[in-house]
Design a protein around this ligand. Structure first.
Ligand code: ASP
Length: 473
């Protein structure tokens, strides 16, 4: 176990961040197993157990701690990067590269999903029909019925056209509202302009403003370090809660057997994307050692896995990309917040596999035009999906509606069939969120390399981070 300082090997708070996160995950699974299995015979169920309430509280505090940092961190990082460079030149070029990378990699992820779901055909092997899957929703009080009712509320009135709403966020009509609702695109626009106009101020005012934003950014970095001290604890509590629910709900395990091939298809796709496509991009295009990069961003991936939220993970992703993976502050502060909003490779892949799986369950074989529709819709909706847990389910409903409108008369995929993957969503959500975050960091390094703003990692990422921290005092 690599420690950053000389210390007792069991002093886990000195371990490198990825080992700390991994430790938290293993501990969380263990705690969740103990609570979940104890709750099986307990009449009060999981909700009545004090330790679950504690995990819930600590997990929420950790998530809130991370989310609390997102807006001020992103804004101060962008403003101070632009104001100190003294120019906005090159941002249009960087924006173009970012979008090109995001569109291409999401497309590749969708094509991997499409190929696998057609080849494996999990819906034809599950031994379940769409009608049976939908029946659970009609059982009053079932967990599927509750989950579906919530999803219907979220998707009410949303159709294909709502997909483009994300572009409206580019210019916020109220910047405080954009901050409150963590609308990244609007905040990025505002911060870019703010930073740029600082450079146009008279010298005295400029120095004051620059000093203020650089100082504020350093404070945000220190606060990120503070929250990271709680990484193993936060991760353990989040995982304990999720795994307790899984172990306590016999229903979920039963679903696992019915949905085994679906899960295998999704996981195989995610693994191919994360461990074949991404390393190829790193090795061939960015000329960076993929293993070093994976090690550098592992804390962010593991936190994304535990929180199932790429938005909440953003402070840690920025920290890993800059201090451990060697990208510059200018590139990191622009590419990552955009990525956490619009680039979701894992989500895009999942949406495609889920829609085709539900079509297969319904005995409908989608022709070329419908599969193309799914690909295009998955690409567009993955842009609009929020970086929060289970967000892609909303997108899947939108795609299903579009496919149903395009199917010949009589053919129909029942939306309620989605219930079968609803209650089983968390584990796959954790995996796809980790892939989403990995995709963002690979894009950051690739763009930083192309801009000449990346240090090739000659040293171990953890040691580099420790050195930079020591140098910063
Ligand atoms: N949970 C994912 C994320 O935060 C979004 C999703 O696919 O549901 O990136």
């Amino acid at each position: 176990m690599a420690a950053t300082h000389e210390s007792h090997p069991l002093a886990f708070w000195r371990w490198q961040l990825h080992w700390q996160a991994l430790f938290g995950i293993v501990l969380g699974v263990l705690l969740g197993y103990l609570s979940g299995s104890a709750a099986v015979g307990d009449a009060a169920g999981l909700g009545g157990r004090w330790e679950i309430k504690l995990y819930d509280l600590v997990g929420d505090l950790f998530m809130s701690g991370l989310k609390m940092l997102v807006v001020p961190l992103v804004m101060t990082a962008i403003v101070s990067a632009i104001a100190s460079l003294g120019q906005m030149q090159g941002f249009a070029r960087m924006g173009g590269k970012t979008l090109l990378y995001y569109v291409c990699t999401s497309f590749v992820a969708i094509m991997i999903g499409l190929t696998l779901v057609n080849a494996i055909a999990p819906g034809e092997r599950s031994g379940l029909s769409a009608e049976e899957a939908a029946a659970a929703v009609r059982t009053e009080g079932s967990s599927e019925a509750t989950a579906m009712a919530e999803l219907e509320k979220k998707t009410a009135g949303r159709g294909t056209d709502s997909v483009l709403n994300v572009f409206r966020e580019l210019v916020p009509s109220n910047v405080l509202d954009a901050m409150a609702r963590q609308k990244m695109l609007g905040l990025i626009t505002f911060s870019l302009l703010f930073g740029f106009f600082i450079t146009r101020l008279q010298e005295r005012q400029r120095e004051i403003m620059l000093g203020f934003f650089e100082g504020a950014y350093d404070i945000m970095i220190q606060m990120t370090f503070l929250i990271l001290r709680f990484l193993p604890l936060g991760v353990a509590c989040l995982i304990a809660q999720t795994s307790a629910e899984t172990f306590a709900g016999g229903n979920v395990l039963e679903r696992l057997t019915q949905l085994g091939m679906f899960a295998v298809t999704v996981l195989a796709g995610l693994i191919m994307h994360a461990f074949v496509v991404m390393p190829l991009i790193l090795g061939v295009l960015a000329r960076v050692n993929p293993m070093r990069h994976l090690q550098a961003v592992a804390p962010a991936m593991l936190t994304a896995f535990s929180t199932a939220s790429s938005a909440a993970t953003l402070p840690l992703t920025m920290e890993c990309a800059e201090e451990r993976a060697g990208a510059s502050q200018r590139v990191t502060s622009f590419v990552l917040p955009v990525g956490a909003t619009v680039n979701m490779d894992g989500t895009a892949l999942y949406e495609c596999v889920a829609v085709l799986f539900l079509a297969q369950l319904s005995g409908i074989s989608l022709d070329f035009s419908n599969q193309l529709l799914v690909v295009v819709m998955a690409l567009l909706t993955s842009v609009g999906v929020a970086g929060i847990p289970s967000a892609s389910l909303v997108a899947i409903v939108i795609i299903l509606k579009a496919v149903n409108d395009n199917l010949p008369d009589g053919a129909h995929i029942p939306l309620e069939a989605l219930a079968i993957i609803l209650i089983f969503d968390r584990l796959l959500d954790m995996c796809r969120t980790a892939v989403n975050v990995l995709g963002d960091t690979v894009g950051t390094v690739l763009i930083a390399r192309s801009e000449g703003e990346h240090d090739i990692l000659a040293e171990d990422p953890g040691a580099r981070q420790a050195r930079l921290r020591a140098e910063a005092g």
